[in-house]
Write a protein that binds this ligand. Structure first.
Ligand code: HEM
Length: 267
């Protein structure tokens, strides 16, 4: 019997001698099928190895070292705020992707009145089945995310978790809270209603107030000195293309660092 055939024979023999549930045998058959073709067991072992190598925890935390656990338990619910921010982000991302099937970013008008962007929002709110719910879910999750991220930052500050060796994650957090707000701002402009238009005007004027490079910044970000179709196009592509990739990657790195360093106990 060739080696491969013998291997297969052994697998089958082993499966027959055990009383496997249907789920177990489907799982094992799938694993064997994939392993034969893609060597996935080898790759899973590599991942497992990596996990143990990378997951080296920091030296004993303050509370462990001094046995202070019982004094600090009341902080722990607040440690959920980072995950809550992530959850809000995921809900916003999924509802946003669905809204993308119906929203059109054009700030031009076909009938000399409402713009295409505004009309698409009206369509979502009035005609689309559960459209109002989808849009509300997106707006609420976005606002909940801003609040959660801010409260998470307060938790990190008041428990002293920003201190060495976690300064880099604090700085990454500053970038994340800033990008969360840019997410909010670019999204706020998308309906291209009065609120959006004048928020755009405020953005233009804030850019123009920057010394020396103000005009250049306004041109770059808003495509002019007053909100115009190019402004909406830019906000749209930032909101649905650049920011999702950048923020998702940064959140993954942020949480990866927490995983590598271990969570900080209150100082
Ligand atoms: C999109 C925004 C953010 C997400 C999704 C996020 C997510 C998380 C998660 C899941 C944790 C694990 C511990 C916990 O949940 O409390 C964490 C820890 C941490 N975060 Fe954030 N975070 C965000 C923004 C920020 C901001 C704005 C700061 C501060 C400026 C920050 C600084 C930190 C630090 C220093 C830790 C380590 C804390 C420890 O070890 O106890 N994060 N983050």
């Amino acid at each position: 019997m060739s080696l491969e055939r013998k291997d297969e024979h052994d697998h089958k023999g082993w499966m027959e001698t055990r009383d496997l549930s249907k789920v177990e045998s489907v799982y094992l058959m799938t694993l064997m099928y994939l392993d034969k073709r893609l060597r996935i067991v080898d790759y899973l072992e590599l991942l497992e190895d990596l996990y143990y190598k990378v997951n080296m925890q920091m030296p004993k935390s303050h509370t462990e070292q001094y046995g202070l656990d019982n004094k600090f338990w009341y902080w722990y619910p607040l440690y959920a705020l980072g995950s809550f921010s992530t959850l809000a982000y995921v809900v916003a991302a999924v509802s946003g992707a669905l809204l993308g099937f119906y929203y059109a970013p054009a700030a031009t008008s076909t009938n000399g009145q409402a713009t295409i962007a505004y009309n698409s929002i009206t369509f979502i709110m009035t005609d689309l089945n559960f459209g109002f719910m989808l849009r509300s879910l997106h707006r609420w999750s976005a606002q909940v995310m801003v609040a959660a991220v801010f409260l998470h930052m307060l938790r990190v500050y008041f428990t002293g978790a920003y201190k060495e060796p976690r300064e880099l994650n604090w700085l990454l957090g500053i970038v994340l809270i800033s990008l969360t707000m840019v997410f909010g701002y670019t999204g706020y402009l998308l309906p291209w209603d009065q609120l959006a238009f004048w928020a755009g005007q405020i953005g233009v004027e804030m850019s123009l107030s920057i010394p020396l490079v103000g005009e250049w910044v306004a041109q770059l970000i808003f495509g002019g000195f007053t909100p115009n179709p190019a402004t909406l196009q830019r906000m749209y592509i930032l909101h649905v293309f650049f920011l999702p990739f950048i923020v998702t990657a940064l959140i993954a790195i942020h949480i990866g660092i927490v995983w590598m360093q271990g969570i900080a106990e209150p100082h």
